[in-house]
Design a protein around this ligand. Structure first.
Ligand SMILES: O=P(O)(O)OC[C@H]1O[C@H](O)[C@@H](O)[C@@H](O)[C@@H]1O
Length: 551
């Protein structure tokens, strides 16, 4: 445990509160840029990705910060014990103390084969053995050497998993679609809603479909139910249990449940309990990605994340990109009263990125209890949301520009498009929006300008934009596997930084357990056709469902 309980007991927190009083009255971003021609240089950082030689430019200069702010925020990180907690994570210490586990997803992408141990035992060989198995298997499936039970090549992959066993694989395979094998059809089935599996099966042929049952625990009701439905569907045609080995593989930590389900141990891709669900795309859970983009690209994805890990581990805090991102988030949440964090990728392939980040951020830092068991005296994890731009501009950006809420926003763009259609015209239009939005959010539109445009007097307030809305712009060279890996690792370490300052355990998820237990009890009542003891609303709703939903 660190030497403090509540973050707001720290000296730097009090100093930040005093600093905030003056800064919040004074800061007008456009004026700060006019006053300081070096502002961009001071508050932007370039990440050099050793994995593929690419760069990512993080421009923090359109945020509410001065050199004093940054110094105080760095002091806050130091006082909160960020360096120790970070080093403990990289040393395989059990920093997820409520579950007695190490937090070691960084060991899954240890492409430099650095010594990494848990309980004094190296994990490097085990990690590499699974990667080797993934390589061999993905090459067999992609080449057609791996055949279905009737001797046909696999052309459809159905990943059955939910939460961290779904969001990472689906997001990454969408984001890296330009690297995908278009002869492979991918489906991701997560929802217990029968529609999800039914639609995937309608589109599949049992002779050529491979099911990946992805579940860390292999006890998640949705996944086990969907996997059993898939097995029944498959056996209806295949008839023979021995055919399962060619069509079902498991990605899991739970060998006994996997074998009970009927999947052979040799078709199981294991990982360890020190991999949290929302950090598991780097593990065997990423097999669908590996199959789709091929092992070399998957390895590059890991290497890009590893490069960001090294940056996070070794760079002084003031230059440390994810640390700055995390500290800014704390700054907005706890001193400016921001409730949200918007992430808008200007990249259609990244359309599931905000959904992925929702689990990463909100499952990690949606907590209110400090590491020593007290209720926090301040606000913690923001509500993260987002949509790809420019679509988002045409829906909810109205609230960003003229609403009453402060919404710290990240904009992400890759300079080089994978599809430079029409002589790159689309890309130039996309990029012009990326620049225009952050500029407009900062500059606003004063009433004098609206007036000069000839707007009638009564419309002037409606057409005025106050501006001074903070944004972080993230410019990637090209969205390669290594760039995406680094970008995800950036958000992971940003989330880590926030959780450390707030002194909460970012690595458990007890909050999702309650709903699961209650649902099991009510399922029994639905099976019996009678509502049990509930409040008036719940019983009536159950009765109404039973009356209307009869098959
Ligand atoms: O991989 P599993 O074990 O099926 O878990 C799937 C999901 O279940 C729960 O909702 C949480 O624990 C998530 O963090 C997890 O990702």
């Amino acid at each position: 445990m660190p030497g403090f309980s509540q973050a707001n007991e720290l000296k730097s927190w009090t100093e930040l509160a005093t600093h905030h009083k003056t800064l919040s009255k004074d800061i007008v971003l456009k004026e700060y840029f006019a006053k300081d021609p070096q502002r961009f240089e001071k508050f932007s950082r370039v990440f050099k990705n050793e994995a593929d030689g690419g760069e990512i430019l993080f421009d923090f200069s359109k945020n509410f910060l001065t050199e004093e702010t940054l110094d105080l925020l760095v002091k806050l990180a130091e006082e909160s014990g960020l360096e120790k907690l970070r080093n403990d994570m990289f040393a395989g210490e059990k920093i997820n103390f409520t579950e007695g586990r190490a937090v070691y997803h960084v060991a899954l992408r240890n492409t430099s084969n650095t010594k990494m141990e848990v309980d004094g035992k190296s994990v490097v060989d085990d990690v590499n053995a699974v990667l080797e198995h993934m390589k061999e298997f993905s090459e067999q499936v992609r080449s057609g050497e791996w055949k279905g039970y009737t001797g046909k090549k696999i052309n459809t992959i159905v990943n059955i998993g939910i939460g961290g066993s779904d969001l990472g694989p689906v997001m990454v395979s969408e984001a890296l679609k330009p690297y995908g094998d278009r002869n492979l059809k991918l489906h991701f089935v997560s929802n217990i809603d029968g529609t999800h599996i039914a639609e995937a099966l309608k589109d599949s042929d049992p002779e050529t479909t491979l099911f990946l049952v992805a579940s860390k625990t292999f006890t998640t009701a949705e996944t086990v139910t969907n996997a059993n439905t898939a097995k029944t569907w498959f056996l209806k045609t295949a008839k023979d249990d021995s055919a399962i080995a060619k069509h079902f593989v498991a990605l899991s930590t739970n060998e006994s449940e996997v074998t009970k389900f009927g999947i052979d141990k040799k078709n199981m891709f294991p990982f360890s309990d020190w991999v949290g669900g929302r950090y598991s795309v780097w593990s065997a859970i990423g097999l669908s990605v590996c199959l789709y983009i091929g092992y070399e690209n998957f390895y590059q994805f890991l290497a890009g994340a590893h490069a960001m890990d090294q940056h996070f581990l070794k760079t002084p805090l003031k230059e440390n990109i994810p640390v700055i991102g995390g500290l800014l988030s704390v700054w907005y949440s706890d001193f400016f009263g921001a409730q949200t964090h918007l992430v808008a990728p200007f990249d259609q392939y990244m359309h599931r990125f905000p959904a992925y980040l929702q689990q990463l951020s909100m499952e990690s830092n949606g907590k209110a209890i400090t590491r020593d068991g007290k209720y926090v005296n301040y606000t913690t994890g923001p509500i993260l949301f987002g949509e790809p731009a420019t679509n988002a501009q045409h829906s909810f950006f109205q609230l960003l520009h003229q609403g009453t809420k402060l919404i710290p926003t990240d904009f992400i763009l890759a300079a080089k498009s994978h599809n430079p259609v029409e002589g790159n015209k689309h890309q130039r239009m996309l990029a012009s929006n990326f620049f225009a939005q952050s500029e407009a959010l900062m500059l606003g539109k004063p009433d004098s300008e609206v007036k000069a445009e000839g707007a009638p007097e009564e419309l002037i307030p409606h057409k005025t934009f106050l501006g001074n809305r903070p944004t972080t712009s993230i410019l990637v060279d090209k969205m390669t596997p290594a760039a995406l890996g680094a970008l995800i690792a950036y958000y992971e370490h940003l989330t880590f930084t926030e959780g450390c300052v707030w002194n909460i355990n970012s690595f458990d998820q007890w909050g999702v357990e309650l709903g699961k237990k209650l649902a099991v009890k009510i399922l029994g009542e639905l099976d019996d056709g009678k509502a049990g003891e509930h409040d008036g609303s719940t019983s009536s709703l159950i009765e109404a469902f039973l009356a209307r939903g009869k098959l």
